[in-house]
Each structure stands twice: as structure tokens, then as C-alpha cells.
Ligand binder design. Structure first.
Ligand code: MG
Length: 158
């Protein structure tokens, strides 16, 4: 049975934080605020994978009140989501995501992001889609106050 899942996340852009997207540190004057490394792309993907299982969101598994996850690389969240799939004898078929950011352009980092996400999920990089769009200067994303990501995942469950 093919199961679908959806995920969405947003983090605020602030000074004196690294910008980590898809496990790649991207040179930028601002970075994303958050308890972990605030990798908004990996967080959306994590919720998408958990969603295929009817599970609760990333905050349930990794509460931001837990000091263990302070500054944590978000690949550990994806690894846990993949582990939940494996525990149910499932197989991740593919994931797909869109990053919504006015700046920076992420095109040159896509290959590395896909490799990082694929490694964390234990799937082929060809099964990872990442697209990017600006917000046409509209709203908080357009004002470069934050970056959002949305994602879907499909999982084959017995
Ligand atoms: Mg998040």
C-alpha cells in the first residue's frame, strides 16, 4: 500500500546564525533561528515521512524543550523518521520538497542537499526532489524575515 505524507515548516531568519538547508551550510548574512540547526527543509521532509505513518510531527519526537536537541544536526530527525518506516517494514519510495526563500539562491547546493537527505533517509539521491521558489517579495518570506519549506513523501507499507 502506498501512503502519502505532507510536511511544512518555517523558521525565522536572524543574524549570527548559520544558514543550514538540506544539511548544507550556505554562505548568507543571516541564518535560521531554532533549537536545533533549524534546517527548515529537513524538518518539512521529516514531517512528510512521519505523515506517511500517521505519526505525530517532529516536535513530538524531538521536543524543543529537550536540551539533547540544542544545535542538533537535523539529519538525526530524518534518520529517526526513516527508522520509524523501517520498524513498520515500510520502504520510502520518494520525497519531494520546495524551499520558499527570497534569498539566497540555492540552485548550486541542490546536489549536495539531495545527497545529504538521501543518506539520512537511506534512499537513492534520485528519489529526492528539491525545488526552490522565491515569494515574489510578498509577505514575511518576501521581506527575507524567514524561509519556509513544504514537502511530500511516499512510503510503501505492507
Ligand atoms: Mg522546524
Amino acid at each position: 500500500m502506498i501512503h502519502m505524507g505532507i510536511g511544512y515548516d518555517v523558521h525565522q531568519l536572524v543574524e549570527e546564525r548559520k544558514l543550514i538547508l538540506g544539511g548544507v551550510e550556505i554562505p548568507h548574512p543571516k541564518g535560521l533561528e531554532g533549537h536545533s540547526d533549524a534546517d527548515v527543509l529537513m524538518h518539512a521532509l521529516c514531517d512528510a515521512v512521519l505523515g506517511t505513518l500517521g505519526e505525530q510531527d517532529i516536535g513530538h519526537f524531538f521536543p524543543n524543550s529537550d536540551p539533547r536537541w540544542r544545535g542538533a544536526p537535523s539529519k538525526v530527525f530524518l534518520q529517526e523518521a526513516a527508522r520509524q518506516v523501517s520498524a513498520r517494514m515500510g520502504k520510502i519510495i520518494n520525497v519531494d520538497a520546495t524551499v520558499i526563500a527570497q534569498q539566497p539562491k540555492i540552485y548550486h547546493y541542490l546536489k549536495e542537499m539531495k545527497a545529504n537527505i538521501a543518506a539520512a533517509l537511506g534512499i537513492d539521491a534520485a528519489a529526492v526532489g528539491i525545488k526552490a521558489t522565491t515569494n515574489e517579495h510578498l509577505g514575511f518570506i518576501g521581506r527575507e524575515e524567514g524561509i519556509a519549506a513544504m514537502a511530500v513523501a511516499s512510503v510503501d507499507l505492507p
